[in-house]
Design a protein around this ligand. Structure first.
Ligand SMILES: O=P(O)(O)OC[C@H]1O[C@H](OP(=O)(O)O)[C@H](O)[C@@H]1O
Ligand SMILES: O=c1cc[nH]c(=O)[nH]1
Length: 507
């Protein structure tokens, strides 16, 4: 059918048809059409929305991303016809039924995700099918390679390129803000790209954004890394492994991290930046992604195997994930805590030790420290202030204020202290419930939102002592967090039935 173009500023790969035209073409909402500009021969596939009022029959509303491909002007007459569903939908259905993806099927799916051919619902179906039925090592390798090949890669002349990645799953995991500057301060190159929150209340990209912009092109990432030794940027803005960030967008609401998807997601980003040496942090423990250490060891071997297949040397660290790293959850609170350590604070020991241990492994792998001396070498880079100086250079080159101090970074103005209802010992801090409260308080979008824990596991508390404080930038969010907190009660004080088991509220 020939329709006249009206350009619409809508940010998804779609078109708007008048319901009369749609009916005549036998297409419905959510179906696909092929739009062709006969003058230029350009064609593009798009999802259909229909309307009875926003446009007239004979007109087609072309959304901005589609016009990025079509490049038609307002008023152009284009040919529109119904398009069949992409093959990748059949592959997703196959996984739902327990089948295995072939290499080509994996490429189809990843390409259709990157090119916005698959709708949000269809990508969620892909993530869910992979989450339920899993991926074997070949499927993970295909997925890793396809995720790399559909994006840009960095090519450094200097080697080795070092990188680290946490699979996440433990709240407060702000260690990259320490590890990246320590590694760079040692003279090694670390082009660190991070994702935003997946299952937590603040991904490293969300944290770093407090200090400096995190959206850069692949070329800029390479140039900045070559200049100062390292960066901490948001992978989703770089076109490095573009499928990764799109898939993570649909894992976030469900708070899932499909296992095989996770391995491929992490290893694709490491491979795409040209990493030679990679340290993977695998938090294990209740309420993490890997509750069982045995499962953690298996996952570690799989990371190492995929590294072998792609030519990267990988070492993994199973880390304590039973309770949060440090004492804070949420962007400003976490950045304040990490910056304080760079400035010389020796607490919280969980944050310092985990950061130095992982940095130490990287330094030993790169030959910057003898076996077993990595921790000490990292500690010296921290103690000497070299890591702080390097972090200032990273902040500056990314366009932030290099003179920022920890005390400058403050949490939201609304706060509520959750107090111990009775004397006793804190015997549990439920990670998942803490994340739920932090998200309810507004984290990571409201940088000032989050939690500060005053009494970690094993701490003796008296009736009335504050156990943790909830911060928010908006009063109604604080109220909501308090309300839900009353039922979720993420802290158990010995001898008190504080841990009700409500039906979990997902946010
Ligand atoms: O939200 P959850 O699932 O905890 O994990 C996601 C976080 O873990 C990784 O951190 P890093 O890049 O190694 O610092 C990712 O990049 C992301 O920031
Ligand atoms: O970057 C990450 C971290 C955890 N899980 C992912 O899928 N990607």
């Amino acid at each position: 059918m020939k329709l006249t173009v009206k350009l619409l500023d809508i940010a998804n790969r779609g078109v708007l048809l008048h319901s009369t035209d749609a009916r005549n073409m036998r297409v419905r909402d959510g179906d696909r059409v092929l739009v062709a500009d006969e003058a230029t021969g350009k064609t593009a596939q798009a999802h259909v929305d229909t309307t009875g009022s926003l446009i007239e029959p004979g007109v087609i509303g072309v959304y901005r991303p589609l016009n990025a491909t079509l490049a038609v002007d307002e008023g152009t007459v284009v040919v529109v016809r119904s398009a069949e569903r992409p093959a990748s939908l059949r592959h997703i259905k196959k996984k739902m039924d327990g089948g295995r993806f072939t290499k080509d099927e994996t490429v189809d799916i990843v390409r259709d995700i990157v090119d916005d051919i698959l709708s949000p619902g269809e990508i969620t179906a892909y993530v869910t099918a992979s989450y339920i039925n899993g991926l074997d090592m070949d499927e993970v390798e295909y997925l890793t390679r396809a995720t790399v090949e559909t994006g840009e890669r960095l090519h450094f002349t200097r080697h080795p390129i070092v990188d680290k990645h946490s699979i996440g799953g433990v709240p407060g995991n702000k260690i990259t803000l320490l590890i990246a500057p320590i590694i760079a301060a040692s003279g090694l190159l670390i082009p660190k790209t991070s994702s935003r929150a997946i299952t937590g209340a603040g991904g490293t990209a969300d944290l770093m954004e407090v200090l400096a912009p995190v959206s850069f092109t692949a070329t800029e990432v390479q140039q900045m890394t070559e200049k100062v030794g390292g960066v901490i940027v948001w992978g989703g803005a770089t076109n490095i492994a573009p499928a990764d960030d799109k898939i993570i967008t649909y894992e976030y609401p469900l708070r899932i991290d499909a296992r095989g998807q996770m391995i491929a997601s992490v290893m694709a980003k490491k491979f795409a930046v040209g990493a030679d040496l990679v340290v993977i942090d695998i938090p294990v423990g209740r309420n993490t992604k890997i509750p069982d250490p045995q499962e953690g060891r298996k996952l570690a071997r799989e990371f190492i195997e995929i590294g072998e297949r792609l030519g990267m040397r990988v070492e993994c660290a199973l880390s304590y994930g039973e309770s949060l790293v440090g004492h804070t959850i949420g962007p400003n609170l976490e950045v304040r805590e990490a910056l304080a350590v760079l400035e010389g604070a020796t607490e919280p020991s969980s944050l310092v030790q985990k950061s130095l241990s992982l940095s130490g492994i990287a330094l030993e792998m790169a030959g910057k420290a003898a076996q077993g001396q990595g921790y000490q070498a990292a500690a010296e880079l921290l103690r000497s202030g070299k890591a702080l100086e390097k972090m200032r250079q990273i902040i500056e080159i990314q366009g932030g204020d290099p003179t920022v101090k920890a005390e400058d970074i403050v949490p939201g103005e609304y706060r509520f202290d959750v107090r111990a209802p009775q004397d006793g010992y804190v015997i549990e801090l439920n990670n998942s419930a803490l994340v739920t409260l932090a998200r309810l308080a507004g984290s990571p979008y409201d940088h000032g939102a989050g939690l500060e824990i005053h009494a970690k596991k094993g701490t003796r508390v008296k009736k009335g002592d504050p156990i943790f404080t909830i911060y928010a930038e908006r009063e109604w969010r604080l109220e909501r967090a308090i309300e839900v907190g009353r039922t979720l009660m993420p802290v158990v004080v010995e001898g008190m039935v504080l841990e009700r088991i409500p039906h979990e509220r997902w946010v």
